[in-house]
Design a protein around this ligand. Sequence first.
Ligand SMILES: [Zn+2]
Length: 142
Amino acid sequence: MKLLTANFLSCAVKACKSSPLSFPLHFKDAELASKSVPYNPILLSNLLPRLDWPALVTSSSELGFTLPQQKPEITPFTPTSSEDGDAVMSGAGEEDEKTLRMLHKVLMETEVVEGKMVCGSCGFEYGIHQTVANFLLPSHLV
Ligand SMILES: [Zn+2]
């Protein structure tokens, strides 16, 4: 699973829904792989406002990435078309470009292949096998 996905997941145990400790889930024994994905700055710049930044900083550091403590300010790109029909961006400064490239690598290209995600509230460990996280709970926790 991608680091991006972890930003939208919290513990599925009912009693954890109201606990601030159940988000984000904490990576443990994570084995990472890097997968090449087409760079899409327009998608990224639109995604950025929806991210829970402090949670992302936490998850990233658990996987060995250091993100800035403050959410970067990126002006959302206006898609325009170049002559050959590819979407290009306008208004991208060099700093923005650097930030987006970094986010692309961390959010889109980093894949957790094996490992666990642990709830900080109840301690339940969700297994990740072959990039797929298992969110099925044992029946006594449902
Ligand atoms: Zn929990």
